[in-house]
Design a protein. Structure first.
Length: 351
């Protein structure tokens, strides 16, 4: 039985990954290590919380003692590091928090794993560290072209800079120690359990409550969107078959402007939920500092080497996502109280 240490497993992508893996395999064990910050929510894992091969541990990835204890208690085969501060706006306000978690936390995980996995000058077989990163480390594209794995990193926000820094450190552990690692860089995810500071759940929540729909700048910033289950599938394949030391880009070839995303959600609500929801709710606000214009990933490498492909097109995925939030209003209500509500009011007080 292989044992996975999944960090940040109570967040959006981490919780979807745990659910995906436990529903796919019955011969694995998953340890979910999560600090439970505002974006971590154990409600995300209700469907599997009583599985005998699932264990939750509340701790910080920067806590060396806590991570070492897990290695002492369990035979950890894989680390899948989702744990990260990930909201660009928050990184602009509090960059030091992002550096601590995203950089120093990654170093701590690497050091502990290296100490336990290395015997003499070599690592034990069938171990691997997976760094889950983002296409934002590459910076911004023009109207044409795509990010490939050899594209130079050129981050433009404290968040993306912290992730790029962590990626380079992970790569250095392969180059220096031959530590078995992979780095995955994914485009924008969407789907169930995403915290509503991000665009799609934010717009869904605001439509439900008939609040204004804030759009940065002219709304023409472009992102490549991928349904979260397709991302989870890709990570699983990289764990099993990814070549040590390699970076794999994961993208859906679903480029959409932010304003297109917003208008798509409005149309769904207008046609299926409430005919009074209209584009009159859209409010253009001052653009975000350092706002990258376009991201787009070429996933040819992971397709060619691992035979991965995204199964969910955007039109299907966005309908499934909206329906999930409509069916889980209680989840949304619980998660948008307290700290989130204060942050939301502060961020959009100028609207």
């Amino acid at each position: 039985m292989k044992t996975y240490l999944v960090t940040g497993g109570s967040g959006f992508i981490g919780s979807n990954f745990i659910i995906y893996m436990l529903n796919k395999y019955n011969n694995i064990k998953i340890i979910n290590l999560d600090k439970l910050t505002y974006a971590g929510n154990l409600e995300n894992l209700k469907t599997i919380e009583n599985y005998p091969n699932y264990i939750f541990v509340q701790a910080d990835i920067c806590d060396r003692y806590a991570v070492e204890n897990l290695f002492e208690e369990f035979n950890i085969d894989y680390i899948v590091n989702f744990a990260a501060e990930s909201h660009v706006d928050r990184s602009i306000q509090e960059p030091e928090v992002f550096i601590k978690t995203n950089v120093l936390g990654t170093v701590n995980l690497l050091n502990v794993a290296k100490n336990y996995w290395k015997i003499g000058d070599t690592f034990t077989e069938d171990k691997k560290y997976i760094q889950v990163s983002t296409d934002e480390v590459y910076g911004s594209l023009g109207e044409n072209g795509y990010f490939i794995e050899s594209t130079s990193v050129n981050p433009h926000s404290p968040y993306s800079a912290s992730k790029a820094s962590a990626d380079l450190i992970v790569k250095s552990y392969y180059d220096t120690y031959k530590m078995p690692i992979n780095i995955t860089r994914c485009s924008n995810n969407y789907g169930p359990y995403q915290f509503p500071e991000k665009l799609i759940p934010l717009i869904i929540n605001n439509c439900l409550n008939k609040k204004l729909l804030p759009i940065y700048g002219d709304g023409l910033n472009i992102r490549d969107w991928i349904y979260v289950d397709d991302h989870c599938k890709a990570i699983d394949m990289v764990i099993n078959d990814g070549k040590f030391g390699e970076v794999y880009n994961i993208g859906g070839h679903n480029e959409r402007t932010n304003i297109h995303i917003v208008k798509t959600i409005i149309s769904y609500f207008k046609e299926n939920i409430d005919s009074s929801i209209s584009e009159s709710l859209i409010k253009y606000v001052e653009d975000r500092k350092g706002h990258d214009r376009r991201y787009a990933i070429d996933p040819a490498k992971i397709k060619d080497e691992l035979d991965w492909y995204p199964e969910t097109n955007f039109e299907e995925g966005i309908d499934k996502t909206i329906q999930w939030y409509l069916e889980n209003k209680g989840w949304m209500k619980n998660i948008t109280s307290g700290e989130y509500q204060k942050y939301y009011e502060k961020m959009y007080e100028s609207i």
